[in-house]
Design a protein around this ligand. Structure first.
Ligand code: NDP
Length: 464
C-alpha cells in the first residue's frame, strides 16, 4: 500500500490519501474520502506521495505525449476557399448576456471572419497542434463503411466534430478506438455522440457552450417573420418575373398580436424571447426549470407547466431544448394535433425532436401553416428527405450556428479546451457534458442518460 509517484502533470483520483510530509502540498488532503489532485506542469516534480488506494482513473494526458486529433469538418465551398470575404471585420463582443466570458484561448492562429468550419479552415488548429508535436487529421469523409473518419478514429486520442456536419460517434465506433479520451463538439449540442457509450468508455464529452446560441436566436426570429409573412413565396414570385399580389399575400400575416412560445428557455430560447418582444407579441414558455420572477416580469412571460399546455394557445411554437431520449419525437402526431390549427413550428434544436413524417402530414393537411428550421436527422439529410419537398417549409441546411461570426467563437473555444487539456487544467464547467464516466457540468443539468444516435447510419445515403 505504498506508492511513490513522480507527477509531472495530469489528474489523479485517489481515495484515503496520506502524504509523508503534508507541507509538500498546499492542499488539505486528510479530510476528503475521495479527492482529486490537479497539478500543472512541473509543480510536483519528484515529490513522494503515499497513497493507500488509487481508483481506476488514469491521467488523461501525460506531458510530452504526442496525440492524434481527428477533426471532422464540412466540405470547402464548391468554388474553393474565398480569396475575399463579403465583410472586412467582425463586431467586437465582450461578453455573453449573462456575463459569461467568450472563449479565451492564450492565442489564435486564424483571422476571425474567415471560413474555419470547413476542411481547409481546420478550425485554425494545425499550427498550434503541430508545433506541440501532435498530429492533426482533418476529413469530411465521415459516413458509410470504410469512411476516412472511421479509419482514422482507431488510434485517435481526441475527436472534434461540428453539429452541422456531425460525425456520429456511436458505441460501436468507440469500441474501435481504445485511445479515445475526449470528444469535442465545435458548437453546442453533443447528441451526435452516444453519451451513454461515452460514459461507459470513459470518454469525456465537451462543447463550447454559448458560442452560437445568439446566432441561432437571430435565425429563429428570421424564420418566424419569413414564415408568418410568407417571404419565401413572395421572393420566388419576384425571381420568376411575376407581380401577382394576391398570390403573394394569400398566406401572409402580421406577427403582431400573435402568441409566440418556446419549448425551453435556455440560452437560445430566452434570447429569442427577448428579440421577439419588440414585435408586440404575447410570449410563452415551457422549461423544466422555471425562470426567475424578474425575467418573467421583464418579458411579460406566461409559464406553462407542460408542452401540451403551451402548444394549445400558441400561434408560433419554437423548439430550443436539447435532443436526448426524453425529447426525441416530442412533436409527433399526438402533440401536433394538440396545436392550434394553422400554427407554425420553428425548430433549430435538433431534427429528431420532431417526427419527420408527422410534420409533413400536418403541412399537407393544413394543421400546420408552416415549419422552418435548420436541423435534420440524420445530417446531411438524404436527398429524398421529405422535409426538402413538403409544402410551406422554410428549411435551411444546418447553418444557424455556423455563421462566420459563430465560427470564430467556436474555433477559439475548441482551442481553449485543447489548451486546458494539454496543460492539465480544468476545462470550464459549463463546457462539460460527460466527464469521468458520468454526466457533468451542463450535461448533468440539461441532458439525460442514454443515446439519440440510432438511425444515424442513414447519413451515408446523401449524395453530393
Ligand atoms: P441551453 O443549455 O442554454 O438550453 C437548453 C434548455 O433546454 C435549458 O433551459 C434546459 O432546461 C432545457 N431543457 C432540457 N430538457 C428539456 C425538456 N425535456 N423540455 C424542455 N426543456 C428542456 O442550450 P442552448 O439554448 O444554447 O441550446 C439548446 C439546443 O439548441 C442545443 O442543445 C442544441 O441541440 C441546439 N443548438 C442548435 C444550434 C444550431 O446551429 N441549429 C446551435 C446551438 C444549439 P434547464 O436548464 O432548465 O434544465
Amino acid at each position: 500500500d505504498r506508492l511513490s509517484l513522480n507527477v509531472w502533470t495530469g489528474t489523479l483520483d485517489v481515495t484515503d490519501l496520506a502524504v509523508a510530509d503534508p507541507s509538500d502540498l498546499s492542499l488539505n488532503l486528510f479530510s476528503a474520502a475521495a479527492l482529486r489532485i490537479s497539478v500543472s506542469s512541473g509543480a510536483l516534480l519528484a515529490k513522494r506521495i503515499l497513497i493507500k488506494e488509487v481508483r481506476a482513473q488514469e491521467a488523461r494526458y501525460i506531458w510530452g505525449e504526442d496525440m492524434k486529433i481527428l477533426c471532422v469538418l464540412y466540405d470547402d465551398p464548391k468554388t474553393g476557399m474565398p480569396d475575399k470575404y463579403a465583410r472586412d471585420d467582425l463586431p467586437t463582443i465582450e461578453k455573453y448576456p449573462d456575463g459569461m466570458t467568450l472563449p479565451s484561448p492564450k492565442a489564435i492562429d486564424f483571422t476571425p471572419g474567415e471560413l474555419l468550419g470547413c476542411v481547409s479552415g481546420e478550425l485554425g488548429l494545425r499550427k498550434f497542434l503541430e508545433d506541440a508535436g501532435h498530429t492533426l487529421v482533418v476529413t469530411s469523409d465521415k459516413d458509410g463503411e470504410g469512411c476516412e473518419a472511421d479509419r482514422e478514429l482507431v488510434d485517435a486520442d481526441i475527436v472534434i466534430s461540428q453539429p452541422f456536419f456531425p460525425y456520429y460517434l456511436t458505441k460501436e465506433k468507440m469500441e474501435t478506438a481504445p485511445n479515445l479520451k475526449m470528444a469535442i463538439t465545435a458548437g453546442i449540442g453533443s447528441d451526435h455522440v452516444d453519451l451513454q457509450g461515452a460514459m461507459d468508455h470513459n470518454i469525456d464529452v465537451v462543447e463550447v457552450t454559448y458560442c452560437n446560441s445568439r446566432s441561432v436566436a437571430e435565425h429563429i426570429v428570421m424564420m418566424i417573420l419569413s414564415m408568418v409573412r410568407d417571404y419565401h413565396n413572395q421572393h420566388r414570385i419576384v425571381n420568376e418575373g411575376g407581380w401577382n399580389i394576391a398570390d403573394a399575400v394569400q398566406r401572409s400575416y402580421d406577427v403582431e398580436g400573435m402568441h409566440v412560445g418556446t419549448v425551453a428557455a435556455g440560452r437560445i430560447g430566452i434570447d429569442m424571447l427577448r428579440k421577439m418582444k419588440p414585435f408586440d407579441v404575447h410570449l410563452h414558455y415551457f422549461d423544466i426549470h422555471k425562470l426567475s420572477d424578474e425575467v418573467e416580469a421583464e418579458l411579460n412571460l406566461t409559464y406553462h407547466d407542460s408542452v401540451e399546455s403551451l402548444v394549445a394557445v400558441c400561434d408560433v411554437v419554437n423548439i430550443s431544448c436539447p435532443l436526448h431520449p426524453k425529447t426525441e419525437h416530442l412533436f409527433n402526431d399526438d402533440m401536433i394535433n394538440k396545436m392550434k390549427r394553422g400554427a407554425y413550428i420553428v425548430n433549430t434544436a435538433r431534427g429528431k425532436i420532431c417526427d419527420k413524417d408527422a410534420i409533413a402530414r400536418a403541412l399537407e393537411s393544413g394543421q400546420l401553416s408552416g415549419y422552418a428550421g435548420d436541423v435534420w436527422f440524420p445530417q446531411p439529410a438524404p436527398n429524398d428527405h421529405v422535409w426538402r419537398t413538403m409544402p410551406n417549409h422554410g428549411m435551411t441546411p444546418h447553418t444557424s450556428g455556423t455563421s462566420l461570426s459563430a465560427q470564430a467563437r467556436y474555433a477559439a473555444g475548441v482551442r481553449e479546451i485543447l489548451e486546458c487539456f494539454f496543460a492539465g487544467e480544468p476545462i470550464r464547467d459549463p463546457y462539460l457534458i460527460v466527464q469521468n464516466g458520468d454526466l457533468a457540468g451542463m450535461g448533468a443539468h440539461s441532458y439525460t442518460k442514454g443515446t439519440a444516435t440510432d438511425g444515424s447510419e442513414e447519413a451515408a445515403e446523401y449524395k453530393k
